[in-house]
Design a protein around this ligand. Structure first.
Ligand SMILES: [Mg+2]
Ligand SMILES: [Zn+2]
Length: 196
């Protein structure tokens, strides 16, 4: 019987990785793509579904509503679509372990460094996690990627330069450190080869 092969994917953090880090971004007008993000996503999407995974505790903290977040994500999708890039999914965690009110207050399985968002995407999209890559600017991104058994890349954009110096302290080690998303894409393509 024919079985569809599970695809490897690219899991991308949002803030500080694809778009400029803004403290609790809540207005679509604040969305600014990081230089190099577009060519990187273009290269990667030829070979992998692109899945954004983002902690959005600003919702638990009442800095923005889920509706506002959806508007931001619609805007981001539109911006990327104009440039020929489409995302297979955007997963967000609205929770915070000890700030806010139900239903957003409390421990959840989705807040990075937990792997819940990656596991959900893998189930929804039939992804092979062990051949997938996680890219982010924080060690919590790297830990989530590792906890989901993916390869991991820390980028030096956003908080990346600070977090690069805390790997030993935190005991979290990315497989690779790239200057930016374009550097991460180059490394991935080198590893996987053009003729997959
Ligand atoms: Mg980030
Ligand atoms: Zn959560």
């Amino acid at each position: 019987m024919y079985q569809r092969q599970r695809m490897a994917a690219i899991f991308l953090d949002r803030d500080g990785t694809i778009i400029e880090e803004v403290d609790y971004l809540k207005d679509p007008a604040e969305v600014q793509l990081i230089p190099g993000a577009i060519p990187a996503l273009r290269i990667l999407q030829r070979h992998f579904p692109l899945v954004v995974i983002t902690n959005q505790a600003g919702i638990a903290r009442s800095y923005l509503t889920e509706n506002q977040l959806h508007r931001i994500h619609d805007h981001l999708r539109g911006l990327l679509a104009q440039l020929g890039i489409s995302l297979a999914g955007i997963y967000y965690c609205p929770h915070h372990p000890y700030v806010g009110h139900p239903p957003y207050l409390g421990q959840c399985q989705c807040r990075k460094p937990r792997p819940g968002m990656l596991l959900a995407a893998a189930a929804d999209l039939a992804l092979d996690l062990s051949r997938s890559y996680t890219i982010g600017d924080k060690l919590s991104d790297i830990a989530a990627g590792s906890n989901a058994t993916t390869h991991t890349i820390l980028v030096r954009t956003g908080y990346g330069k600070q977090h690069e110096h805390q790997t030993s302290l935190e005991g979290v080690f990315p497989d690779y450190v790239a200057n930016d998303l374009l550097g991460a894409a180059a490394w991935i393509m080198e590893r996987t080869g053009e003729n997959r």
